[in-house]
Design a protein around this ligand. Structure first.
Ligand SMILES: Nc1nc2c(c(=O)[nH]1)N[C@H]1C(S)=C(S)[C@@H](COP(=O)(O)OP(=O)(O)OC[C@H]3O[C@@H](n4cnc5c(N)ncnc54)[C@H](O)[C@@H]3O)O[C@H]1N2
Ligand code: MOO
Length: 647
């Protein structure tokens, strides 16, 4: 890509001309960056923590610097105490000095004499052993009886026995922790040569981005990538300089990129790397220095639009805008480069083997990395695909690890065994696993458990997904709210063998609307429905197939399918947001959610939110704690205050 005119380069890079494999992209990026010498600087001991040593450390002195006593007692000549015992103690004359720590001995210990010495006191000339005070008794004011024999060297720490002068005590590349600080201090080293932390400029791009703390305008998004990347840079040995979010404006962006690159060793941007009107960054990179773009488009998911460049020796990276794609590609591809520049060792790659209980679809042609939560199943670890997609922040942030589906596969079959690469140092099996339908009330219920220091994992997979997980023994409890249309009973008809019902609470479901909408305000359910159906401009928002709320909607509407019915979000929150933001005029959701957005609410029916408990797991301490919390006044009152009716 050398020697291209800027405009030619810009048109080339507008699309993914060559989507490289992950391995190819990494190899080309590495080849353009390494080998290179590490930058170094000198750091005072007080700031050396978490730095990487840039050179071997040789002990400049012996530690300890002199032979010293390891006990409180008397410095003696071992030969004087041959055959000494309780039955035949030896008498030694005391020399006229006491050797405390920091006291330089004056007298020589000659045959038949002893000098009192404290733990840490320098051994006097002539002495070759120390006897413990417990094995002696005063004979008179100037002599002692010794009741044990001694061997030469006994209770003496020799000079240099800890670290000998000239010995390599710490190696180049060592990450300095408190233990290393102790070794350096003991040798008297006040300053060390360390690797200079790479300065990494971090820039977010996008007109929609707002910094946390500022007011979110309509269609605005809080900048998550900026803070994520800044923190991840610091976690991996870099010194991050977060420069905020730059709007999609070529001039402003180019100026910001030039300045950032001039002042740092590495530049990391996010957003605007895929196709699209605002996607400018990669076009600008070509003008920042050679060789420029190394890879733009990598056959991996999440992270296809990743752009890797080197501009006059400095790495320039554009991470995808989607937060999970940004986090994943940062950890997978940028962290190894950053750590190498920072002189840090590679992160450990702990893997565990787990069964994947569901079929996982995958995109052909891209290595797909599936974020998973680990649960303990009946037959070992179970890896639950946990992601909400690349656009979510939680997919990567809450995962225990991830597994890989090769580019040539379009799915991973149900019950496959997979290697899961851990994102945490070890597997964290929660004390309590709750898989099923989510409710705000569940968070209220789990609070006291967390305060009891129990670890709790919840996964929102819907009522049916939860029941299936419970049947497979992958969780302790499955929160469900399933209406049996035949019996009009909630939940009980859906239990199978091995599951029992723990009653939870009731949630009022009703019509949500904007309070100033006269088509609904102050009306009964029937009247509100008929005015909605009579008005062709009145737009509803539906719910997804399989949700309890969808069953209710269909019962209310009978055969009617008003405009908006096929807009089917998956949560109460999404329904309420659609109405509040005027993308729809009404929908069905639970009362507490409507209340939080200040929406009007016409109650329709109470839905039962209960728990399917895996009977085998009833005896677990965390399950007992859960049942106690559910029955407690504290939780019941909090549930009532939040608009629920505890059973
Ligand atoms: N027609 C196509 N569309 C998309 C493709 C494609 O190949 N063809 N690729 C998709 C993939 S894969 C990804 S990943 C995304 C990434 O696109 P960009 O890197 O260009 O990112 P943006 O368009 O700027 O933003 C995407 C999305 O992320 C939000 N975002 C951006 N920056 C931040 C930030 N700092 N903090 C939080 N959220 C951020 C932004 O608001 C957008 O919602 O493109 C697909 N599209
Ligand atoms: O590749 Mo994108 O990163 O799937 O979301």
């Amino acid at each position: 890509m050398n020697d291209q005119s800027p405009s030619k380069a810009a048109t080339d890079q507008q699309q993914f001309l060559t989507v490289l494999s992950r391995e190819d992209a990494i190899a080309r990026f590495d080849a353009a960056l390494f080998p290179r010498p590490l930058q170094r600087e000198s750091a005072p001991l007080a700031t050396a923590l978490r730095r990487v040593l840039a050179a071997d450390i040789l002990a400049p002195i012996d530690v300890p610097p002199f032979d010293r006593s390891a006990v409180d007692g008397f410095a003696v000549r071992a030969a004087d105490l041959k055959d000494a015992s309780d039955a035949s103690p030896r008498i030694l004359q005391l020399n006229d000095e006491v050797i405390h720590c920091g006291v330089l001995p004056k007298a020589t210990v000659t045959g038949g004499t002893a000098t009192p010495i404290a733990t840490g006191g320098p051994l006097p000339r002539g002495a070759d052993a120390v006897v413990m005070v417990e094995h002696t008794a005063p004979a008179d004011r100037t002599s002692i009886e010794v009741r044990r024999s001694a061997i030469p060297g006994q209770f003496i720490s020799g000079a240099g026995s800890d670290m000998a002068r000239g010995e390599t005590v710490l190696r180049e590349g060592t990450l300095v922790g408190s233990r290393e600080i102790g070794m350096l201090a003991a040798c008297g080293i006040a300053e060390v040569e360390v690797v200079r932390r790479p300065r990494v400029a971090v820039l977010s791009t996008g007109d929609e981005l707002v910094q946390p703390g500022d007011v979110l305008p309509p269609a605005g998004i809080y900048d998550a990538n900026g803070p994520i990347v800044t923190a991840a840079v610091e976690e991996n040995g870099g010194e991050a300089d977060f420069l905020g979010a730059i709007p999609d404006d070529a001039e402003k962006l180019e100026a910001a990129m030039r300045k950032a690159l001039a002042e740092s060793d590495m530049l990391i941007l996010s957003g605007g790397t895929s196709k699209g009107a605002g996607d400018l960054t990669h076009q600008l990179i070509a003008r920042l220095g050679s060789p420029g773009i190394i890879a733009h488009g990598v056959a991996l998911k999440p992270g296809k639009p990743l752009c890797l460049a080197v501009c006059d020796g400095k790495p320039v990276i554009v991470l995808p805008g989607f937060p999970t794609s940004a986090m994943f590609t940062f950890h997978d591809i940028i962290v190894p480069v950053l750590r190498r520049l920072a002189g840090l060792p590679e992160t450990s790659e702990e893997h565990v083997s787990a069964r994947v209980p569901l079929r996982v679809a995958s995109e052909l042609g891209r290595d797909e990395f599936v974020m998973v939560s680990l649960m303990e199943g009946a037959d070992g670890l179970v890896a639950y695909p946990s992601g909400k997609g690349s656009g979510a922040v939680t997919s990567f942030a809450q995962a225990d690890g991830f597994l890989r589906i090769e580019a040539l596969a379009d799915h991973l079959p149900k019950d496959s065994k997979a290697e899961v690469r851990l994102l945490t140092p070890s597997v964290r099996i929660p004390d309590l696993a709750v898989i099923g339908s989510h409710c705000v009330g569940l968070d209220i219920l789990l609070t006291p458990l967390v305060r009891q220091r129990l670890t709790v994992r919840t996964m929102a997979v819907g009522s049916l997904g939860g029941l299936a997980a419970a049947k497979r023994g992958e969780c302790d409890l499955a929160p469900i709210h399933l209406l049996d249309p035949k019996t009009a009973d909630y939940n009980t008809p859906f239990l199978s063998e091995g599951l029992e019902l723990v009653p939870g609470w009731k949630r009022m479901q009703g019509i949500v609307f904007r309070p100033d909408d006269s088509r609904f305000a102050g009306k009964s359910v029937e009247a509100a429905l008929s005015s909605a159906l009579a008005d062709h401009d009145c737009l509803m928002v539906g719910r997804n197939q399989g949700s309890g709320t969808r069953i209710l909607i269909d019962r209310l509407l009978k055969d009617a399918r008003p405009d908006g019915y096929w807009n089917q979000p998956k949560s109460h929150a999404a329904v309420a947001a659609a109405v509040a933001q005027r993308r729809a005029d009404w929908g069905i959701a639970i009362g507490p959610v409507a209340e939080r957005l200040g929406l009007g609410f016409i109650p329709v029916t109470e839905e039962h939110y209960d728990f399917a408990l895996v009977s085998d797991r009833r005896g677990r301490p965390a399950v007992s704690a859960f049942l106690e919390a559910l029955a407690s006044n504290e939780v019941r009152d909090a549930l009532k205050a939040a608009g629920f009716t505890p059973s």
